[in-house]
Design a binder for this molecule. Sequence first.
Ligand code: FEO
Length: 172
Amino acid sequence: MMNKNVENAINQQVNREEFSSRLYLAMAIWCESNGFPGAAGFLYKHAEEERIHMLKLVHYVADRGGQAKLLPMEEPTQTYNTLLDLFGEILKHEMFITGSINELYGIALKENEFTTANFLQWYITEQVEEEALFSTILDKIKLVGSDKAGMFHIDKELEGMAMAKAVTNVGA
Ligand code: FEO
């Protein structure tokens, strides 16, 4: 059986990954309504990935003889001023998630839950990729500033990234 403190911390992480999915869904909806179809496609896809992050934790709890709990969730922000603001919020959120995973890892070590610590390695690596991905996108958006042609190009690029992800997922 899993240590109770570790199980509670995992349930909190389930909640945070579920929230991430809902946040990116809200952002995708905003992008779709505000002239950024590529960014919308990218974020709809990313919302699905966050759901997978959540499910991985749910199944892990079950594999260890527990039962994951779904905790209440706050409402995500549904309106944004600009695409720059929106991606700035994403990077901030991913940094928060990284901190949350690190905290969870620390709890697992403190409780001598080495199996859980080992399982969490995947999330630690994933967070490095998530932060790198979103800071790259944010840097590009900052670079084009208010240039409309540049913005159009970034939106197209995000559309391409969403499609590449879809192809990768089919292969997986
Ligand atoms: Fe589940 Fe974006 O990290």
